[in-house]
Ligand binder design. Structure first.
Ligand code: GTP
Length: 612
């Protein structure tokens, strides 16, 4: 089963990439067509589509300039053949959307580092030049002033003295506007009472917990949540990092955590204005009763990583295994965070760690667990996160603050969602999926969601739909907000809310899309084919079977109307091409989209292969 799941996931990936490539070609053609059309019409005014094609190619922060300067300084201090050294140095500089991690001094091999070997044992070194502490300090100073010259900030992430001195620096160029601040989306899952809301409360508010739920109170949205201490909805929290690398925290209060820079009370808007990077958390419910909501949060929020919270005292129990399997099925990279290490006896904690490692290494997961016990490991694992099979494990206490510093360093360096060009393509016409709808007094209908492709500007005419008949209505984006700060543009990979002109609240539902207005009308689909793998079903699955389908922000009951399996039934582990039909209304879907369907314990994973 594990091997077939892996093969199937690889196939899904291939189909997804193939379809994305097709759509990109199609999107570029469409943009070209539109451009020609506007030229013929003699439209001299700035065309949003031309701009759309150029977004992402520009380097607004002077990134190339910064890189060149840093390399020049390093080269001038290293008395060896320049060409070889340049390549080596470039490899030590990890670039990620306006920020760099620079490693100075000889670096231990990652394998040794992740295995947690002590500095003296580290025999193997990769790309790096052995330098004295004085040279490192000198380079640190020179680079800091060079980065400051171009308006950036440098912060020390890690430093090792002694036999093999080395340093890791974070160089960050502040984003020119809020609309360009890189964002990382993390979904937080785990069993009831594992400490999800508490960990988020402590990370985003700064004040530590008292072990009786103090830190989580500000995160709850409903009265019953405060009364029961149980999350029931999808909550959103943000953590901003300043250009200096320090977390921006909104509340005053005492904290024994030395890593924290404390500011006066701050709202989301202020955080986004001050931040050079924003980590947004999707706080999901742990109770089985709310699994549908949790699944929705996982598929609709397009997270770049899933943080699985495990109570050290309880281990991976109940829904946490379910959450882990869903994250793996959706191929979202996983981070494990073991909480409550302050109150758990050593033997129980060791048991939990053993269990987590065993599950991560099992053929179903095939992850390589890495314990993050130093900032150096946190830096290394964050910069390449998502590309390898590594699964970082953090051990933290929300009461004493132990281990939270490493977790913050890791979050600070995670690659941003916008940088994931596999998932989000800028060079396509706009596609925005609606994940939430509100009616705001004096503003009107506001939709929140993710820009899956292309970009959008305020004032752009767009089409919103499909409604229950499969039709789209035309509207205009009146204004936009990103993390409650007003913005004028939003690009692929970002999560924004848009106020829409002349749209009634009751005509909009979650799962709808907003696409750019063009001559080609968007199409709503009622029936489609998908390649699926049945992950679990206790008997057999036949025609007319109904289940809840999750596909991006879409959540609707589907019925199986056909399958290519000769016996006409599907069992656990079976693969088939299945024809589905949406029960209540057509939806906007595309070939290559991943789908997940569920009914009770039954679970299936797949990819849309054909729209009928
Ligand atoms: N001692 C100690 N207690 C903790 C720690 N983390 C969380 N707690 C406590 O554990 C309890 C449960 O925490 P929650 O954050 O509500 O758990 P949850 O996972 O969000 O639960 P649901 O919202 O119901 O899914 C609270 O009383 C917290 O105070 C920790 O690191 N140490």
């Amino acid at each position: 089963m594990a091997t077939s799941l892996r093969n199937f996931q690889n196939e899904i990936k291939q189909i997804h990439h193939r379809e994305l490539a097709k759509q990109r070609v199609h999107g570029a053609e469409q943009i070209q067509k539109e451009q020609k059309h506007s030229q013929v019409a003699g439209k001299a005014k700035e065309d949003s589509l031309t701009e759309l094609a150029s977004v992402g190619t520009e380097e607004p922060r002077g990134e190339a300039e910064a890189e060149e300067k840093i390399l020049e300084i390093l080269l001038s201090k290293v008395p060896v053949n320049h060409d070889i050294v340049r390549d080596m140095l470039a490899a030590l500089l990890t670039r990620n959307h306006g920020e760099y991690v620079l490693r100075l001094g000889a670096q231990p091999s990652k394998a040794k580092l992740f295995a947690g070997e002590s500095d003296d044992d580290v025999a193997e070194y990769w790309n790096g030049i052995e330098q004295s502490e004085d040279t490192l300090n000198f380079l640190h100073q020179e680079i800091t002033s060079a980065v400051e010259e171009i308006g950036g900030k440098t912060s020390l992430l890690f430093e090792a003295r002694g036999k093999h001195p080395r340093k890791s620096l974070l160089l960050r160029l502040p984003p020119p506007s809020v609309s360009l601040t890189p964002e990382v989306r993390c979904a937080v899952v785990g069993n009831v009472d594992s400490g999800k809301s508490t960990t988020l409360g402590v990370l985003t508010r700064g004040a530590l917990d008292d072990g009786r739920g103090r830190a989580r109170v500000s995160l709850f949205r409903h009265k019953h949540e405060i009364e029961t201490g149980r999350t029931s909805s999808v909550g959103m929290e943000i953590l901003g990092f300043a250009p200096s690398g320090a977390p921006i925290l909104p509340e005053t209060g005492s904290s024994n955590d030395p890593d924290v820079v404390r500011r006066e009370k701050l709202g989301w808007e202020e955080i986004s204005v001050q931040a050079a990077k924003i980590v947004s958390f999707i706080d999901l419910a742990g109770h089985e009763k709310y699994l549908k909501t949790t699944l929705y949060g996982l598929t609709s929020g397009a997270p770049s990583c899933v943080i699985l919270i495990v109570g050290a005292n309880a281990g991976l129990i109940g829904m946490s295994k379910e959450h882990l399997s869903i994250a793996l099925a959706l191929s979202v990279p996983v981070v494990v965070c073991i909480t409550k290490i302050d109150m758990t006896p050593a033997n129980v904690q060791a048991e939990t760690i053993k269990q987590v490692v065993k599950i991560l290494r099992s053929p179903g997961c095939r992850k390589i667990p890495v314990f993050v016990r130093s900032s150096e490991v946190a830096v290394e694992i964050a910069t390449g996160f998502g590309k390898e099979k590594l699964c970082p494990i953090f051990q933290v206490s929300n009461v004493t603050g132990e281990g939270l510093g490493h977790l913050r360093t890791f979050l600070n360096l995670l690659p941003s969602s916008e940088g994931d060009t596999d998932k989000f393509a800028v060079d396509q016409p706009l596609e925005f999926s609606v994940t939430e709808v509100w009616s705001v007094p004096y503003v009107g209908t506001v939709v929140n969601g993710i820009v899956n492709g292309g970009s959008v500007k305020t004032g752009d005419p767009v089409m919103l739909g499909p409604d229950s008949n499969g039709n789209f209505q035309t509207t205009v984006v009146k204004s936009m907000q990103r993390k409650r700060a007003p913005v004028n543009t939003a690009e692929a990979g970002q999560c924004v809310s848009c106020a829409l002109k002349r749209v009634r609240r009751n005509t909009v539902r979650k799962g709808m899309v907003m696409v750019s207005k063009s001559e080609i009308l968007p199409k709503a689909t009622r029936q489609f084919q998908g390649q699926v793998l049945i992950l679990y079903h206790n008997t057999t699955l036949q025609k007319n079977y109904q289940a809840m389908l999750h596909c991006g922000a879409i959540r609707q009951t589907v019925r199986i109307i056909d399958m290519d399996n000769p016996q006409g039934v599907l069992r656990t582990g079976d693969r088939a091409t299945v024809t589905f039909e949406f029960i209540s209304h057509p939806e906007f879907i595309k070939e290559g989209m991943k789908l997940l369907f569920r009914e009770g314990k039954t679970k299936g994973l797949g990819v849309i292969t054909k729209l009928l």
